[in-house]
Design a protein around this ligand. Structure first.
Ligand SMILES: [Zn+2]
Length: 111
């Protein structure tokens, strides 16, 4: 892969990580333990717990994606980056720029 393309991918990864960091910080505020008798205004405690479950899942996903992206930064430097892990086909740059962490082509990703 050309260095110019690698640079573009890295730029995209760093931008995504930054966005995720911001999201993770915001989600942390929503995933604080819920006090048994805290005043939560109009929403009931059940709602607060339901919302927390959603935010917890979102936080987990964000952290997981961040890890994948951080890993992708290292992958880019590998000689076979951009080639499908399974069949060896070249993964289109359009796909990599959206999901820099992918290791398989579209066809193999379907399986
Ligand atoms: Zn493939």
């Amino acid at each position: 892969m050309e260095d110019s393309k690698k640079a573009l991918l890295k730029e995209k990864i760093y931008k995504d990580i930054k966005k995720l960091d911001k999201k993770i910080e915001e989600l942390k505020d929503f995933t604080q333990p819920i006090e048994p008798d805290c005043a939560i205004g109009r929403i009931s405690r059940m709602d607060a717990i339901n919302n927390k479950t959603v935010f917890d899942a979102s936080l987990r996903n964000s952290r997981k994606r961040k890890k994948e992206l951080e890993h992708a930064i290292k992958l880019i430097e590998e000689k076979n980056y951009g080639l499908c892990f399974r069949c060896g086909a070249k993964i289109p740059f359009d796909r990599l720029i959206i999901r820099p962490e992918v290791r398989v082509c579209v066809e193999c990703g379907k399986v």
